[in-house]
Write a new protein. Structure first.
Length: 285
């Protein structure tokens, strides 16, 4: 009897110790969840301060799809440079035959994959009446000038516009809506990309978001801390076409304590109940 009485305080201490350990390990502090904190307390990054953005002109790479338009006083003079199915008259005629444009019934007249110019493995695009034109390594502005220079001997008032068909990227890991995305706008920052993926989960490691980015000679993997403001000043603030974004889980996920406070509490209660049962059985033996 005395032996059992001596074990009871020990059981209580063990349960209390286990409860504290589980509670501490299951808590995710706000510092690991809140975005854009001024961690270094820098004056330049404080609220209401103008933060200079580091914009870099994107260099075209293989697999990019470009939208190129040609302008002249006479439409007939530039029509020969368009792909046959992308020539203005053909697009208008096909649109009229299908009830006017892409109506969701399989008409791909406006699909950039069909009407755009793909940068091939050798970094070239093929333009009717011009042939292969180097594109990889150039900005859209540089490519525009190059095409105009090639056409100007035939058409003195030639005008060309070149732009990307959109910004494709893939995001996966601890995000609510993982998968490939295509955004049709000129700029897209990392926070916008995360928002388009339904935000990060509570278990996401926001301190170490990985971005795999393509360069002419290969790829580089960059690491970004989105809980701080420092990355806003860097080139990594803006997404580039074909970026691959991976968000790893926090170590807390390995414990399996649950994503919400209720789930965590239920897990702790379950563990403690099991521990009490084991101690009770051992005490009665």
């Amino acid at each position: 009897m005395k032996n059992k009485e001596n074990r009871s305080p020990l059981a209580i201490k063990l349960m209390g110790f286990l409860f504290v350990i589980l509670l501490a390990s299951s808590c995710i502090p706000n510092e690991k969840i809140v975005y854009m904190q001024n961690k270094e307390d820098e004056e330049a990054l404080s609220n209401d301060k103008l933060i200079a953005l580091s914009r870099v002109d994107y260099k075209l790479q293989p697999n990019d799809i470009l939208l190129i338009n040609f302008y002249s006083r006479e439409l007939g003079e530039v029509e020969k440079y368009y792909p046959i199915f992308a020539r203005p008259d053909n697009l208008l005629r096909m649109g009229n035959q299908n009830g006017g444009g892409n109506n969701g019934n399989g008409n791909n007249n406006n699909d950039p994959y069909m009407t755009g110019y793909n940068v091939d493995r050798d970094g070239k695009i093929e333009i009717n009446s011009l042939g292969k034109v180097n594109a990889a390594g150039l900005t859209t502005t540089e490519l525009k000038k190059q095409i105009e220079d090639l056409i100007r001997p035939d058409i003195s008032d030639i005008g060309v516009s070149v732009k990307l068909s959109g910004i494709p990227f893939t995001i996966y890991g601890e995000v609510n809506n993982p998968g490939p995305q295509l955004v049709r706008q000129y700029d897209l920052n990392l926070l916008e990309a995360i928002a388009r993926a339904g935000d990060l989960t509570i278990n996401a490691n926001r301190n170490h978001v990985l971005i795999m980015r393509q360069y002419p000679d290969g790829v580089k993997i960059h690491e970004v801390d989105v809980t701080g403001r420092k990355f806003i000043e860097s080139e990594l603030f803006f997404i580039q076409p074909d970026d691959l974004i991976y968000v790893a889980p926090l170590k807390i996920r390995e414990l399996g304590t649950g994503e919400t406070a209720l789930q965590t509490f239920a897990t702790i209660v379950s563990v403690i109940s099991g521990t009490v049962l084991v101690i009770s059985v051992l005490s009665n033996n």
